[in-house]
Design a protein around this ligand. Structure first.
Ligand code: ADP
Length: 552
C-alpha cells in the first residue's frame, strides 16, 4: 500500500468513527455559527425574538447527537424534527434572517432515511415548524407568505432529489451485491484454482480449490506473498523452481503467460501437474493493479500423455525388429536371379512399402525418444550446404513429377558440428514438405547462409501456407494443419516435430513465416562452430556452388 493510500484509509477510518447524527448536526451548526458571527461583528446583538430559544434547542440536539450510540434510538430519530423546530425559532427575529433556508437540511435527512415517506414528513414538518410560526410571528404580510410557502417547497424538492438518488443508489447497490454473490459462487465452485495478486505480489484473494493446491505445494503454510518457494517443480518433476521462476512472481512482474506447467507436492507418487496462466488487472485509468492466476489440474492429462508416449515408443520398437528382418530377407530374394520379372515387380512394390513403413516406425521411435528428452546424436564436422544439395538432388524426380521448380542458393563450406544424419533428416523433411504442400507450377527455394555465429538454412515455398491459428501447434506430434486436411494431402504429422527435436538438440531454433495461399518460409538457425573445412567434411559431394538453380 502506498503512503498516500494509507493516509486516505486512516482519514476514512477517522471519519467513519464519527457518529452520523453528529456530522449532520455539524452541517447545520456551522452556517448558524457563521451567521451569528457576522451579526456579532455588525453589532446586532439585540436578543429580541426567539433566536436564543432556537439556538439552545440546536445545542441540545447536537449534544444528543454526540452521544447517539448511548441514548434511545427514538431520540436520535427525532433530531431532524428538533432541528426544524430550532430553525423555525431562530428565524423569528424582528427584522428576519435567512436561517429559514436551513430547513432544507433536516428535510433531506428525513428523505435519506425514509425515502418518499421522509419527503412528505420533511415537507409537512417544515410547513408546521418553520412556516406557520413565521406567519404567526410576522402576520399576513405577502412577503412573509411567499417565504412561508417557498421554504417547504424548496426543502421538499431537495428532499425528493435525495430520495431519488438514494433509491437509485440502493438499487445499484443491490445489483452489485447480486453480481458479487454470483461471482463469489462461481469462484468458489469452479474446479480451477484462482489467485488474485496485487502489484506488490501480495495475495488479495484465493479460492477454495487453490487453497487445496497451496496445501500440497506448501505443507508448512503459505505467507500470502508471491515468490515463496515450496514443493514446486518444473516439467521434469525434480527441478525445484526458483523464486523468480514461480508463476506468482512472474504474474506480479506483470508477465502475461499461458500454460506454464508445474508439478506440486514433495511425494513423487502424489505430485499434481498444474497448468498455470496469468493475466494483468488493468483499472479504468489503464494502470496495473495486479494479476489473476488460474491453476488447472492436468495430472490426468499428463498421465494419459505419458501412457501414449510409452505406447508409441514400445509399439515402434516392437515393430522395427521384425520389419527390419522382413526387409533383409526381401532384399535377399530380390538379389536372387531366378525370380521371374512379374514376381520381382510385385516384390519391389512390397519393398517400397516396407521401406515407407520402416521410415515411419523410425520416425515414431525418434519422436518417442525426443519426448523422453533423449535424442541420440553423433556430432561431427559437417558441410550443411553439401547436405542440402544432396537432399535436393534426391528430391528432384519427385518435384519434377509434380511440376514444382526447386532452386538452391547455398553458401560454400557451411561447416558445422552436427549429427549429419539428423541434420539431413531436417533438410529432407522441410524440402519434402515444401514440395508436397506446393501446387503445380510453384517454386521452392532452399538457401544456406553462413553467418559469423550461426548457419541459417531457409526453405521457402509458394505453396498453400499455414493458418495463423495452426502455427502454435505445428511442431507438436501428429498435428496437421487445416489446409492439409482440407486438401486431403497425405501425411502423419511427425516430420516437423522431428525437425524441432533435432534442431533443439543442437541448440538451434526453427522459425516459420507463412501466409495462407501464398506460401511458407521455414528458417533453421544452427549455432556456428568454426571447423576447418579440409579436416572432416561429411558429405558425398561438396556444395561448391554459391548459387545453383535446378529446374525440374
Ligand atoms: P506431415 O507433412 O506428414 O503431415 P509434418 O510434421 O511434416 O507432417 O507437417 C505438419 C503439418 O504442417 C502438415 O500436415 C501441414 O499441414 C503443415 N505443413 C508443413 N510444412 C508445410 C508447408 N511447407 N506448407 C504448408 N503446410 C505445411
Amino acid at each position: 500500500m502506498t503512503e498516500e493510500t494509507r493516509e486516505s484509509e486512516l482519514l476514512r477510518q477517522a471519519v467513519s468513527a464519527i457518529p452520523k447524527p453528529l456530522i449532520r448536526q455539524a452541517l447545520i451548526g456551522v452556517p448558524v455559527l457563521f451567521e451569528l458571527a457576522v451579526r456579532l461583528l455588525l453589532g446586532d446583538v439585540s436578543g429580541a425574538g426567539h433566536y436564543g430559544e432556537g439556538l439552545l434547542l440546536l445545542v441540545v440536539a447536537t449534544a444528543v447527537a454526540a452521544v447517539a450510540g448511548r441514548v434511545p434510538a427514538w431520540l436520535v430519530a427525532a433530531l431532524p424534527w428538533v432541528d426544524l423546530a430550532a430553525v423555525g425559532l431562530m428565524r423569528l427575529v424582528p427584522d428576519g434572517n435567512g436561517l429559514g433556508l436551513l430547513a432544507v437540511l433536516p428535510t433531506m435527512w428525513l428523505a435519506a432515511d425514509r425515502q418518499l415517506r421522509g419527503v412528505a414528513m420533511g415537507f409537512l414538518g417544515t410547513l408546521v415548524l418553520v412556516s406557520l410560526p413565521s406567519i404567526g410571528y410576522y402576520g399576513m404580510d405577502p412577503a412573509w407568505w411567499s417565504r412561508a410557502l417557498l421554504i417547504p417547497t424548496v426543502a421538499g424538492m431537495c428532499a425528493l432529489t435525495v430520495a431519488g438518488a438514494g433509491d437509485l443508489w440502493a438499487r445499484q447497490n443491490r445489483r452489485l451485491e447480486e453480481s458479487r454473490a454470483l461471482n463469489a459462487a462461481i469462484v468458489s465452485t469452479v474446479d480451477v484454482g484462482l489467485v488474485a495478486v496485487d502489484d506488490d505480489g501480495g495475495y488479495r484473494a484465493v479460492n477454495p480449490r487453490q487453497e487445496q493446491f497451496l496445501a500440497v505445494a506448501y505443507p508448512e503454510g503459505h505467507r500470502g506473498l508471491a515468490g515463496q518457494t515450496g514443493e514446486i517443480y518444473g516439467p521434469d518433476r525434480v527441478t525445484r523452481l526458483l523464486p523468480e521462476e514461480l508463476p506468482s512472481t512472474r504474474a506480479a512482474r506483470r508477465e502475461h503467460f499461458r500454460d506454464q506447467l508445474i508439478w506440486v507436492g514433495a511425494d513423487p507418487a502424489h505430485q499434481r501437474a498444474l497448468s498455470v496462466s496469468a493475466g494483468p488487472v488493468i483499472d479504468v485509468d489503464g494502470a496495473f493493479r495486479g494479476s489473476v492466476l488460474s491453476y488447472h489440474d492436468v495430472t490426468d492429462l499428463m498421465a494419459a500423455l505419458r501412457v501414449k508416449d510409452e505406447f508409441v515408443a514400445s509399439v515402434s520398437h516392437e515393430l522395427r525388429t521384425p520389419l527390419t528382418s522382413i526387409m533383409g530377407f526381401l532384399e535377399l530374394v530380390l538379389d536372387d536371379e531366378v525370380v521371374s520379372p512379374s514376381v520381382r515387380e510385385q516384390l519391389e512394390v512390397i519393398h517400397r512399402n516396407g521401406e515407407r513403413l520402416l521410415g515411419l516406425v523410425g520416425d515414431l521411435l525418434l519422436t518417442a525418444q525426443a519426448a523422453e528428452g533423449r535424442m541420440p546424436l553423433t556430432k561431427q564436422a559437417t558441410d550443411l550446404s553439401a547436405l542440402a544439395e544432396q537432399a535436393v538432388e534426391q528430391l528432384l524426380p519427385r518435384a519434377a513429377a509434380k511440376g514444382v521448380t526447386v532452386r538452391c542458393d547455398l553458401a560454400p563450406d557451411a561447416m558445422l558440428l552436427v549429427d549429419p544424419l539428423r541434420a539431413r533428416q531436417v533438410v529432407d523433411n522441410l524440402v519434402c514438405n515444401a514440395v508436397k504442400y506446393t501446387p503445380v507450377g510453384g517454386t521452392v527455394v532452399l538457401t544456406v547462409i553462413d553467418l559469423a555465429g550461426e548457419v541459417v538454412l531457409t526453405v521457402r515455398d509458394t505453396g498453400i501456407g499455414i493458418a495463423a491459428e495452426d502455427r502454435e501447434r505445428l511442431f507438436t506430434r501428429f498435428f496437421r494443419a487445416s489446409e492439409a486436411h482440407d486438401l486431403a494431402i497425405q501425411g502423419v504429422g511427425l516430420g516437423l516435430a522431428i525437425c524441432k527435436s533435432i534442431v533443439d538438440a543442437h541448440g538451434g531454433t526453427i522459425e516459420l513465416d507463412s501466409e495462407v495461399g501464398r506460401g511458407s518460409t521455414f528458417r533453421v538457425r544452427l549455432p556456428r562452430v568454426n571447423v576447418e573445412p579440409s579436416l572432416v567434411p561429411v558429405s558425398a559431394g561438396a556444395s561448391g556452388s554459391s548459387a545453383a538453380s535446378l529446374r525440374v
